[in-house]
Write a protein of this length. Sequence first.
Length: 392
Amino acid sequence: MENFNYYAPTKVVFGKNTEFQTGELVRECGCRKVLVHYGSGSVKKSGLLDRIFAALDKAGIEYVALGGVVPNPRLSLVYEGITLCNRESVDFILAVGGGSVIDSAKAIGYGVANEGDVWDFYARKRTAQGCLPLGVVLTIAAAGSEMSDSSVITNEEGWIKRGYSSNYVRPKFAVMNPDLTMTLPAYQTESGCVDIMMHTMERYLNQADNMELTDGISEALLRTVMKNAKILLDDPQNYEARAEVMWAGSLSHNGLTGCGTDGGDWASHQLEHELGGMYDVAHGAGLAAVWGSWARYVMDARPGRFARFAVQVLGVEDTGDAIKTAKKGIAAMEEFYRSIRMPVNLRGLGIEPSEEEIKELARKCSFDGTRTIGCVKKLDQEDIFRIYMHAR
């Protein structure tokens, strides 16, 4: 096993009607004025935003609001939020929404707490020295951003999607009521389940000597999400299934499933980020579309690990031949994606990039040929190009 540090400071308030506690949770943080950050009209139509405002009023907390976050959150709105926070002397950010809203809130927090252009952090030009404190009322189980140290932002100039991580952005609290996810369309729910699984799969499929306990936690988490993803496809109002998926989303990306590993591979996320930046696809669906092509391309570098994944997570019979078992596992995972109506290639995403467009994706993903991605097998620009081509 590898040495590790585990840090998960977020207070979780989980269950029915927990959003009514938001005002008190914010007051406990000792702030004076809050930016309430949210996405589209759904939080208004559902009445959630009014409940949040009422909870803040009851706690005597001043606030301003900024909506408009979209999937693959935009840098332009981050800039708008930074300006608003500075003008209104905001000292706390409350994200009401899913991963995109939380990621946007984190970027705004970086921008307020640090001088200069916030994009510099995502472009790896500078290192952040702080962030405004933030809290979360979660409405979509997917990204795990409610407990994680990471955020991902899309820059409209060049449509580049980049992530940045630091412990400064771990939320002070996360309010998690599974009821708030009941109105999600099936596609968003299932896409979220894929994202949750991938956060654990990319830590699990690595090149390290791993901890048996961490492996067991990861395998149980993956089986649980797969089981409940299928339940929610047929019974979207199932509270218990919503709760299982929501808690799995947090545990998948708060560092728990990476304890004792080498940090994981993350190539599938890097491949998808470029698809999200150029084509604005749903993140989880994009991950499903590229995963099989990536797995087949790299699994010969770690066949035993892929074989264990096939047996322990997907229930594939151990053939005694690691390569053969690994291939069956990859096919079984793609069959699971199909069963929850997720794509297994780029056509399934509704995009058919030309060879030139794929070259552009590979160029961006490799940072103009200056970096490799992944750890199961180090992938350069040519490898990335081939994986995209296989995924068409």
